[in-house]
Design a binder for this molecule. Structure first.
Ligand code: FAD
Length: 472
């Protein structure tokens, strides 16, 4: 009862800032905001507000700070770590009304945090550029969410992660101040690079309300191929050679295990692997460049011919049309959905230095067989970044309750394995709630101490996304 009264008092105050129409309290209207993609968490906030501007966002935070109310920033809700989970009494703050592109110029654009990544890619296209942050969730995930989780995707090897694409940020701070640092500058050595603190902090330090991001010239040509290879060792050696020989034109280099490809063929419509590529591992390789199509295709063909001759490659199929190119990418982007449709499964967003990926895959498969006899893991991911999405599906006939029990131990063992190989248990999805205990267990105590010090300095009341990433 008391909580309800507190909430309605707060709702009245916040409605006076954002307008009554942008405060959501009815349970049915709130429900969709409380779910998350994997269905692991069910949020419990009783109130959502959607400020229409950076200034309104800052004023909402100042009110919550005064009352000691926890604020959970919400973007497109495609994060996979429980980062937008809310507890009773906390406030959800959505950026969906802030989706204006404020400025678009040579080499950069400034946009509000609620813009979907796909919208920014379209905007960039209008000025003959690309905004290269490209993820399976780009239709729904927002600029603010992607920056807050330092998202990666398929073009990291060429353009870097969200952090590398950000030139400036505007951030509403918990005490109600607005940090406005949106200059489109590549060079600015005037002290600490404060914006980088907010990138990857998953809403625990402030709310990103806008950003200036780099645009790159739109490549004139693009060529995509699906390759069949015998082993992950070949994937790594081919990647290193492609890096050296194809250099700046290498746009994507993605590994797909046979099991992951089979799941796509079994569970998705309009996805198939060409019969010629009956190989244990597949690679999806793309080049994009400033030269003509024919010249780029011939560069890739030469590279592939040499790889065939040296035995690094079993076979390859080059896309001869846009439809064939899309079919290759449907296979790669379809893996998470195919795994989801296959029933109970475990997901891990792991990293290791690329040269250690073959050793990691071998040891990881042994762990899977030990904890879940009969399973065949379905890894896939960004081989050039050493980032593997390591999925394990419950085998037919295996007791799902036993799978859940054994799965916890298997997940912990896989994360430890990656960590022990100078890798990471969260390469691009973040920590959120899901991996917070893992960070406490495996993380460097000095780094954790610094993270807590930063949190206390910027958010002394602990209102920003409470309980996520790092314990206060
Ligand atoms: C199908 C699919 C494919 C994916 N592929 C990739 C991939 O290839 N690479 C990759 O890196 N990730 C991938 N992801 C996960 C990825 O982290 C998210 O898609 C994206 O980065 C999150 O954006 P969002 O707007 O949905 O954020 P949300 O899920 O809404 O939020 C994520 C976190 O950021 C915080 N947050 C959100 N907005 C703000 C803001 N404006 N200010 C401060 N904090 C904020 C939230 O509180 C939360 O902690 C994928 C997800 C899906 C579902």
């Amino acid at each position: 009862m008391q909580q309800h009264m507190r909430e309605s008092g707060l709702a009245r105050e916040l409605a006076s800032i954002v307008g009554e129409a942008h405060c959501v309290r009815e349970p049915a209207a709130l429900q969709p905001w409380l779910n998350e993609p994997r269905g692991i968490y069910q949020g419990q906030a009783g109130l959502l507000v959607a400020p229409g501007s950076a200034e309104e966002t800052a004023r909402v935070l100042a009110r919550c700070n005064r009352r000691g109310v926890g604020v959970v920033p919400v973007g497109g809700r495609t994060g996979l770590c429980g980062g937008t989970h809310s507890r009773p009494g906390e406030l959800l703050l959505s950026l969906h009304r802030q989706r204006r592109v404020r400025r678009i110029g040579a080499g950069s654009l400034t946009a509000e945090a609620g813009c979907a990544l796909a919208t920014l890619q379209e905007e960039a296209g209008r000025v003959d550029c690309v905004f290269p942050l490209s993820l399976g969730s780009e239709g729904s995930c927002q600029l603010g969410g992607a920056l807050s989780t330092n998202a990666g995707g398929i073009h990291v090897l060429r353009y870097g992660m969200a952090r590398d694409l950000a030139l400036g940020l505007e951030v509403a701070l918990p005490d109600g101040r607005l940090l406005s640092d949106l200059k489109p500058l590549l060079k600015d050595n005037t002290g600490y690079d404060v914006k980088q603190l907010f990138i990857g902090s998953e809403g625990t330090l402030g709310v990103i309300t806008a950003a200036t991001v780099k645009l790159h010239p739109r490549p004139k040509s693009r060529v995509t191929a699906l390759l069949g290879i015998a082993s992950p060792d070949q994937a790594v050696s081919l990647y290193r050679r492609a890096e050296a020989e194809l250099g700046g034109e290498l746009n994507a280099f993605e590994l797909i295990s046979r099991r992951a490809a089979e799941l796509c063929e079994e569970r998705l419509e309009e996805v198939s692997v060409p019969a010629a590529l009956d190989a244990p591992w597949l690679l999806c390789v793309e080049l994009a460049g400033a030269i003509e199509d024919a010249a780029l295709t011939s560069r890739l063909a030469k590279f592939l011919e040499q790889a065939l001759r040296s035995g690094e490659l079993l076979d390859a199929v080059c896309a001869a049309s846009e439809a064939q190119r899309e079919a290759i990418w449907r296979l790669r982007h379809g893996v998470p959905e195919a795994v989801r449709r296959a029933g109970a499964s475990l997901h891990h967003d792991l990293a290791a230095p690329p040269e250690r990926i073959p050793e990691f895959l071998q040891a990881a498969r042994k762990l899977c067989r030990r904890f879940v006899p009969g399973t065949e893991p379905a890894p896939f991911g960004h081989i050039g970044d050493g980032n593997l999405h390591y999925s394990v599906v419950c085998p037919a006939g295996f007791d799902p309750r036993r799978f859940a029990r054994q799965g916890e131990a298997l997940s912990a063992a896989l994360r430890e394995l990656a960590w022990g190989m100078e890798g990471s248990f969260s390469a691009e999805h973040g920590v959120g709630l899901l991996l917070k205990d893992e960070l406490e267990r495996l993380g460097d105590p000095v780094k954790l101490g610094l993270m807590r010090a930063v949190k206390r300095a910027l958010d002394p009341q602990g209102i920003m996304n409470p309980g996520k990433v790092v314990a206060a």
